[in-house]
Design a protein around this ligand. Structure first.
Ligand code: GLA
Length: 380
């Protein structure tokens, strides 16, 4: 049974009728452009065919009542009076409502059933998917216009100020604005997007290392601070405004760590634009090489990889039919991503699983992903 069918069926069982509305919002994998979003730079993620789904109906009052199938738990709050708590998944919905109300939007209540198949905590943005599914639900029942970038900003505010995670804008933007069959180039300063077709005869494979790192938040914040230090040194708003020539001419005066971090970000922005050009040229080989270079830069200059991510990436790169591979997302654990020739993907997945298990004694998860649309409203 699909997740769509699951939430619709559970809704019927609970309310005795079909849902008035079903919404879905996808998780994501980033193909290239890592740790560039909070530097006002460029990212190239795609929305994946794993999503959060909510089947719902409007209420005539201001209550929001949700049953989570995955957690087998009920959550509920009143839009006129709610506060931060430690309520797990419900906090993402409350945080999104809070951000929308802060911006002056008048929200109506709803009730429904929630479920998803984005792996949790794997770095595939299950929380952004939940935020964007909630925003889609609120806009549907409150008769508000769905504006992807405005909604993404609400999700980011929920994450930053309600949940307390200091993320950039990439995850919410791609979950809100993804395009089926395409990756999305996002300018993280203007929030302009360009849908770029995936290279023909190739597939995107996500490889979960089955490792999760603690202390990721502090390492992430430390990287952000180092990037800001570098931007201040160059006298610009963000590292997006420094080109490679300027960097090379003046980098010697910068402290060693901010220098390495800046070198990654500046090169990664260039790689992302080159990757977009390669995609328009149907050039999977060049695209793959840029992915490989991105990994080295994240490993050596930005220092956010891990032993397991390096093992996974190197063994993926060694397989026949693999154009390129890199760690993806924040780093320190979670997933790597590869671009693989479609005719060889079965063999690739089997071999990567076996060798990774042998080398690490960990059991990886391999997801062959299709690029999907961003958050959508589907009639009951
Ligand atoms: C996490 C954050 C994103 C982005 C990536 C790194 O996924 O949520 O905003 O900064 O790390 O590219």
């Amino acid at each position: 049974m699909t997740v769509h069918q699951k939430v619709s069926q559970a809704f019927k069982a609970q309310f005795g009728q079909s849902p008035a509305v079903v919404v879905r919002a996808p998780g994501r994998v980033n193909l290239i452009g890592e740790h560039t979003d909070y530097n006002d730079g460029f990212v190239l993620p795609m929305a994946i065919d794993r999503a959060v789904w909510i089947a719902l109906r409007p209420r005539s009052d201001t209550r929001v009542r949700i049953y989570s199938l995955d957690y087998d738990s009920h959550g509920d709050f009143d839009l006129t009076d709610f506060a931060k708590a430690d309520d797990g998944w419900l906090e993402y919905i409350k945080g999104t409502a809070w951000a929308m109300q802060q911006a002056g939007q008048t929200l109506s209540g709803w009730e429904g059933v929630l479920a998803g198949d984005v792996p949790l905590g794997a770095g595939l943005s299950s929380s952004a998917a939940l935020e964007m599914a909630s925003a889609r639900a609120f806009t549907a029942v409150s008769d508000l216009k769905w504006q992807p970038s405005a909604m993404a900003l609400f999700g980011q505010q929920a994450e930053n100020h309600w949940v307390g995670v200091n993320c950039g804008i990439m995850d919410q933007m791609i979950s809100a604005a993804g395009r089926a069959g395409h990756a999305l180039l996002i300018d993280c300063r203007s929030l302009e997007t360009e849908a770029v077709p995936l290279p023909p005869d190739s597939v995107v494979v996500v490889m979960d290392t089955a490792t999760r790192r603690g202390l990721v938040d502090s390492a992430y914040n430390e990287r952000r601070a180092q990037c800001e230090e570098a931007a201040a040194y160059f006298g610009v708003k963000a590292l997006r405004d420094v080109d490679l020539l300027t960097f090379e001419a003046r980098a010697a005066g910068l402290n060693p760590l901010p220098r390495k971090r800046a070198r990654h970000v500046i090169n990664e922005n260039d790689r992302t634009m080159a990757a977009v050009a390669a995609m328009w040229a149907d050039d999977a080989v060049t695209f793959g090489r840029l992915m490989n270079a991105s990994h080295i830069s994240l490993r050596d200059d930005f220092e956010v990889s891990s032993t397991e991510l390096n093992i996974m990436v190197e063994l993926a790169q060694a397989q026949g039919g693999c154009y390129g591979a890199r760690m993806t997302g924040g780093g320190f654990g979670g997933c790597a991503v590869a671009l693989v020739c479609s005719t060889q993907v079965g063999e690739f997945a089997a071999e990567v699983t076996d060798v990774y298990q042998l080398k690490t004694r960990l059991e990886p998860n391999i997801y062959i992903c299709q690029a999907t649309n961003g958050a959508e409203l589907i009639a009951g």
